[in-house]
Write a protein that binds this ligand. Structure first.
Ligand SMILES: *Cc1c(COP(=O)(O)O)cnc(C)c1O
Length: 390
């Protein structure tokens, strides 16, 4: 059994993918070929935004947004410590400071109440209210924005987060690397903040056959800036550079592959709902597993289906039983970002974000992809349930 079965998907659309690759080989426009424009149009339509800008990875999408916002040393960006390293790594890469905010234990997403507290704490330089980075001292930091993460495919509470941002004139970046295909109150993930960023890493809900990413925005000005940053800060033409930028283009071949996959993505989103629902029906009678719930008005794309066990020992037991039965599992994330060596310079310590720390010790994820069948789901759940009685 596969944790994510990409071969099952490929089997369905192999001919179409090969045809689209052949078209690229024939026209030879490997950089910014017509497939890029086609993909951007379709992505913008899919997310219900005015502009989509394709780029080289989800990490670059986040980095480009902070560059467009001119984030640099002395700026503070609020984000979650319970995410993939890229979310906060790009903040530090630009010399700015990530200010971590703990998560809601039910959704694993940024807790808006704690966000409000963290802002108050930073603005008054009072770390008794909320844990702050030790270096640099809060008095040297200017809070600028928020990066919220739609973890495991579930959008954050954007009404609350956007309202807080508006009050303080912060920008909000939606890290929808895992979230594309999710929904919040009738709107699509990627479209829920000032700029949405997503990733087409092969294992994401919509994956390429290599790295890729995209940005979403309704702002003409932001879309222009992002397109310029994508190609070395170009202005009117390639040799007229108006800002410092990157080489962050998506390969034409990856766009061709994504165009083929996008055709079946809506159907795959439905299949993911069915898989998650089957898991939940079988596992929700076991309260000690904390099967994930989806709040009213939200739709998850189920990038991961994650359980939280009663104890770290119970997680180890269940994972071991599943492994013996040939069923792969994974832990996202075993160590929250504030405890990573890469961020040691910020001076955070154990106990600063208790929900993230506790969750990281007890969470694990089950195989999840659109082609997981009912027999497989029943077998996985039977092994889990049997191991609860060990
Ligand atoms: C995967 C991921 C990224 C980075 O995307 P890449 O395409 O791998 O660079 C950023 N944030 C989150 C939450 C992710 O899961």
């Amino acid at each position: 059994m596969q944790f994510i079965d990409l071969a099952a998907q490929q089997q369905r659309i192999r001919q179409k993918i090969e045809d689209k690759i052949r078209v690229v080989l024939d026209h030879g426009k490997y950089i910014m070929g017509p497939e890029i424009n086609e993909l951007e149009k379709r992505l913008a339509e899919f997310a219900g935004v005015k502009h989509s800008v394709a780029c080289a990875s989800g990490t670059d999408a986040l980095l480009m947004t902070l560059m467009a916002e001119k984030v640099g040393p002395g700026d503070a960006i609020f984000t979650t410590p319970f995410t993939f390293i890229a979310t906060a790594g790009i903040i530090s890469l630009l010399g700015a400071t990530p200010v971590f905010v703990d998560i809601d234990p039910k959704t694993f997403n940024l807790d808006p109440d704690k966000l409000a507290l963290a802002i108050k704490s930073l603005k008054s330089n009072d770390s008794s209210l909320h844990a702050l980075p030790l270096t640099p001292n809060a008095s040297h930091l200017t809070p600028r924005g928020i990066i919220s993460v739609d973890l495991f495919g579930l959008p954050c509470d954007y009404d609350s987060i956007n309202a807080i941002a508006k009050e303080h004139r912060f920008f909000v970046i939606e890290d929808a690397a895992q979230g594309l295909g999710g929904e919040y109150k009738g709107r699509k993930a990627g479209a829920l903040a000032d700029v949405g960023c997503t990733s087409f890493f092969p294992a994401k809900p919509l994956g390429a056959y290599g790295d890729g990413g995209a940005l979403f925005t309704d702002s003409d000005e932001m879309a222009d800036k992002l397109a310029s940053i994508r190609v070395h800060g170009q202005g009117e033409d390639k040799y007229n550079n108006v800002r410092i930028g990157l080489n962050a283009r998506m390969d034409t071949l990856q766009a061709a592959i994504l165009n083929a996959k996008l055709d079946i993505f809506p159907q795959e989103i439905d299949l993911r709902q069915d898989v998650a629902q089957s898991y939940t029906e079988l596992l929700c009678p076991y309260a000690m597993l904390h099967a994930p719930g989806v709040p009213e008005g939200y739709k998850s794309v189920w990038a991961q289906y994650s359980l939280v066990t009663e104890s770290p020992e119970s997680r180890a037991n269940i994972q071991e039983s599943l492994k013996k039965a040939g069923i792969p599992t994974a832990v996202y994330y075993p160590k929250p970002l504030h405890l990573q060596t890469a961020f040691a310079g910020l001076g955070y310590k154990e106990g600063d974000f208790p929900i993230s720390e506790d969750t990281s010790n007890r969470i694990f994820s089950l195989p999840m992809h659109p082609y997981l069948n009912v027999n497989e789901i029943e077998r996985i759940c039977a092994v889990i349930i049997a191991s609860l009685h060990l």
